[in-house]
Design a protein around this ligand. Structure first.
Ligand code: G1P
Length: 315
């Protein structure tokens, strides 16, 4: 399949590179902003990262990394903060524990995370001050460099039991459109003030070219009920746009504001993904996620599910 890649400008003309791509994803990196305090889950999050909250038996961050790996993104970059060491320890080998449970039935409980450790690389940087999601993403810049990347907010747990995970769906779209993409879903109008909200021109039933974006508007100011959820694909020019972004809603540097600039200068798409999303930053969403994952226990891990599909095909 051929595509056009803008590679620069000459005499005012955009130069395009025509290339072909195969199976390999062009996006390899996935950034997890994980420095937040998780105040909505106190006291549980007083000394434990909110990303380590278990849904059934698996921490939220692991679901996110599984979703990234399923999408072909194996370079995991995590923006951490104080009190978040458990995240690094989770994606590391625990020799004593593994020795203790080796050759017992418990070994398989660690096989999922072990697969992630074997197949992904993990790098970390610390956000020293909490200045908003835009600032957290900018803090991850040294881990990302000058390439397109995905962002996962681990407390939005996204599952698609029917097929590709949400990031996989978005990576495929990126390969087609080569611009930043945000995942969206319709929410009740009374809930829009919890989200970034978009409005735009429908290119397809499930794809919009963004014309407006507002961070956490009042229902009467919201341009629609299409809410951004915690999955993004960003082109690297977003970093300088974040640098130019003044503090917005709640005095924080908002990724929504930087993306609005990007949409005005070029193109940002919003994608109505296939699957379920649970807001595990709220008690209600967390309980719903737990029930859902318990009921679909063997189908909620995208990497093992993908492996099972592969095995079924090759059998
Ligand atoms: C962030 C974003 C918001 C987005 C939401 C999705 O808000 O700022 O635009 O809709 O994530 O979960 P937060 O929930 O971190 O306040």
């Amino acid at each position: 399949m051929k595509f056009l890649e803008p590679i620069g400008r000459q005499a005012g003309q955009v130069l395009y590179l025509v290339s072909e791509f195969g199976m390999e994803s062009m996006i390899k990196k996935c950034l997890f902003p994980a420095a937040g305090y998780g105040t909505r889950f106190l006291p549980a999050t007083k000394s434990m990262p909110k990303e380590m909250l278990p849904v059934v038996d698996t921490p939220l961050i692991q679901y996110g990394v599984e979703e990234a790996l399923e999408a072909g993104l194996s370079e995991i970059a995590i923006v951490t903060g104080r009190g978040k060491r458990a995240l690094e320890d989770h994606f590391d080998i625990s020799y004593e524990l593994e020795h203790e449970i080796s050759n017992t039935g418990k070994e398989k409980s660690l096989s999922g995370v072990r697969q992630l450790i074997d197949e992904c690389t993990f790098s970390y940087t610390r956000q020293v001050e909490m200045k908003g999601l835009g600032h957290a993403i900018l803090t991850g810049r040294p881990l990302i460099g000058d390439e397109a990347f995905a962002v996962v907010l681990a407390d939005d747990l996204c599952l698609n039991l029917e097929g590709d995970g949400v990031l996989s769906q978005m990576v495929k779209l990126y390969e087609q459109f080569r611009c930043s993409i945000v995942a969206i879903q319709e929410v009740p109008m009374e809930d829009v003030s919890r989200y970034g909200v978009i409005a735009g021109e429908a290119l397809r039933d499930d794809i919009f070219r963004i014309e407006r974006m507002v961070e956490k508007p009042r229902p009467e100011d919201a341009p629609s009920n299409l809410a951004i959820i915690g999955r993004y694909i960003l082109t690297p020019d977003i970093f300088s746009l974040i640098e130019q972004t003044e503090p917005g809603k709640s005095g924080e540097i908002q990724i929504t504001d930087a993306l609005m600039k990007q949409a005005q200068q070029g193109c940002v798409l919003a994608y109505k993904f296939k699957g379920q999303r649970f807001d595990c930053g709220s008690a209600e969403g967390y309980v719903q996620a737990t029930n859902f994952c318990f009921e679909n226990r063997h189908r909620t891990h995208p990497v093992s599910a993908a492996n099972a599909r592969l095995k079924a095909v090759s059998a």
